[in-house]
Design a protein around this ligand. Structure first.
Ligand code: PL3
Ligand code: FE2
Ligand code: FE2
Length: 238
């Protein structure tokens, strides 16, 4: 099937872009804040974490530029409301001085989601946004890697906590993106493929830090069961 050409100037595209672009800008801004808070939780790695935070601030600026380039105003207040539960969960982990929770939420789950989302956007992005998205994706890989490198050596001690935080965070992510389904489609992306890629990336990450393929698949099954229960685009397959 030949791909349908994307018409960046239509009102439907522009309205959807204003909402999705805002999610990206707010998500990157929160990622910056989370890495600054992680720098406080990991004083011995504060320099590195401040560097990652600065990368996130750069992402927010560059994606904001993508909206400006199209002459579209992002719906930031809506995006902030949609991201609030995820930010609250991060703050809860921080409030308990739970470093595993903070790393799982930001470095594993949010970063895997970012890589899946930007990977889905890349083939349908306009010529201005495409190289930016490609560069940002490489950065997000590094952020994921930070979390994996910290978790892997202590896996025996933290496996239960990692699973528990995944189980708490995934429904929050699902609830956040479920209302984006129509907008994701309007930009030319397949919401089902997006969740499929996200689950696959998260599974691979869990395996890299030491879970067995069975354990990661069980978590994935839980995710897809929630999808079937209506919390995620129904076309999700993985
Ligand atoms: C990590 O550095 C930042 C995480 C931000 C995640 C934003 C996700 C927004 C969801 C929108 C889904 C589709 C995609 C893409 C367009 C650029
Ligand atoms: Fe980022
Ligand atoms: Fe990131």
């Amino acid at each position: 099937m030949a791909p349908v050409p994307i018409r960046f100037e239509t009102p439907a595209y522009r309205a959807a872009y204003g909402r999705i672009n805002a999610m990206v800008i707010v998500g990157e801004g929160l990622a910056c804040r989370h890495f600054r808070l992680l720098a406080e939780a990991f004083p011995d790695q504060a320099g590195d974490l401040h560097r990652l935070a600065a990368m996130e601030a750069g992402h927010a600026r560059e994606f904001a530029g993508c909206g400006v380039h199209l002459g579209i105003r992002p719906e930031l207040a809506l995006a902030r409301r949609r991201f609030a539960p995820l930010h609250q969960l991060f703050l809860e982990a921080r409030g308990q001085a739970d470093r595993v929770g903070q790393v799982v939420i930001q470095c594993l789950i949010v970063e895997c989601f970012a890589v899946a989302a930007y990977g889905a956007y890349l083939p349908v992005a306009d010529a201005y946004a495409q190289p930016i998205t490609e560069r940002v994706m490489a950065d997000e890989d590094e952020h994921l890697d930070f979390g994996e490198r910290w978790l892997r050596p202590q896996m025996d001690a933290v496996a239960g906590a990692v699973m528990a935080w995944c189980a708490r965070t995934l429904p929050v992510i699902l609830a956040m993106v479920a209302p984006l389904r129509a907008d994701v489609s309007a930009l030319g992306m397949d919401p089902g493929a997006l969740v499929g890629d996200f689950s696959a990336l998260l599974c691979e990450s869990l395996e890299r830090i030491g879970f067995s393929p069975e354990q990661s698949r069980r978590l994935l099954a839980r995710l897809l069961a929630q999808a079937a229960a209506g919390h995620w685009p129904a076309s999700a397959t993985a």
